[in-house]
Design a protein around this ligand. Structure first.
Ligand SMILES: Nc1ncnc2c1ncn2[C@@H]1O[C@H](COP(=O)(O)OP(=O)(O)OP(=O)(O)O)[C@@H](O)[C@H]1O
Ligand SMILES: [Mg+2]
Length: 249
């Protein structure tokens, strides 16, 4: 838990805007002076209301959103991401086995034989708690929870150091949520993963994360170990969120 996985320093992030008239600056800022770091093996929570910039921060960390200024360092050159909606992130035309093998087909760091890919996919099925017989099915033939297991498995096929999970359980029933969180916890231990866990649900964050960042309108207003932040929040906004989620009165 000591080596650095991720460091952002005074990160400012924009989106391009259109049709705001000539002469106006055609970009809108959504993140302001965001500084944070993550250690290897850490599970860091990121919370805040809808629209505050959580997914934008995730995309900037991933390297897929590039309209930013400031320092961005990630020790993992190929971080992976899991999304809220497990259905739209899986190609419906492909089998589960194919989907799990795909990251290995496009892995820039090494070549795999078809047999190696198949064996690795079978191993991953066991790791994500799915029976091998599901490998020949297509995403529509799985439950929501099973699909999210496949998304997590696909993200982990190339053994990333950093997993960014953007509301990974928000679309699932509460009992399925608990199972997926349990799976992520197990994989975190087995694979020595760092996880950035995004959720608007402060209860889930408390149960799952070591530390938490609170984002308000593009700014980090609070950061610290969950126990400390929940017991003794400093920012008014954090108190408001804790009340809204029924943790504080
Ligand atoms: N592709 C985009 N182009 C322009 N603006 C965007 C784009 N994506 C998001 N935004 C804007 O940036 C701000 C932050 O959005 P973001 O999706 O990061 O919020 P979020 O915290 O993930 O919200 P939610 O909890 O609803 O997922 C919002 O005002 C949103 O409208
Ligand atoms: Mg989002």
């Amino acid at each position: 838990m000591s080596e650095e996985m991720l460091r952002l320093h005074e990160l400012n992030v924009w989106y391009r805007t259109y049709g705001e008239g000539l002469g106006r600056r055609r970009r809108r800022q959504v993140l302001f002076d965001v500084s944070m770091e993550m250690r290897k093996g850490e599970i860091l929570g990121l919370a805040g209301e809808s629209g505050c910039g959580k997914s934008t921060l995730a995309r900037t960390i991933m390297g897929t959103h590039r309209l930013y200024e400031g320092e961005r360092f990630c020790a993992d050159p190929h971080p992976q991401m899991v999304f809220q909606d497990p259905f739209s992130s899986l190609n419906p035309a492909k089998t589960i086995g194919w989907l799990l093998e795909e990251p290995l087909r496009v892995d820039p760091t090494r070549d795999y034989t078809p047999q190696e890919r198949h064996d690795r996919a079978r191993e991953m099925m066991a790791q994500i708690g799915l029976t091998e017989s599901l490998m020949d099915r297509r995403p529509a033939e799985l439950s929501g929870g099973q699909r999210q297991r496949v998304c997590i498995g696909a993200a982990l096929m190339c053994a990333p150091g950093l997993l960014v999970a953007d509301e990974p359980v928000s679309a699932l029933d509460v009992t399925i949520q608990a199972q997926i969180l349990e799976l992520l916890k197990t994989l975190h231990q087995e694979m020595n993963l760092s996880i950035l866990f995004i959720s608007h649900d402060l209860r889930v964050i408390y149960n799952f994360c070591d530390r938490v960042l609170i984002l308000q309108e593009g700014r980090i207003v609070e950061a610290g170990p969950c126990g400390q932040v929940y017991r003794d929040p400093q920012a008014e906004y954090t108190k408001k969120l804790l009340v809204a989620s029924g943790i504080r009165t």
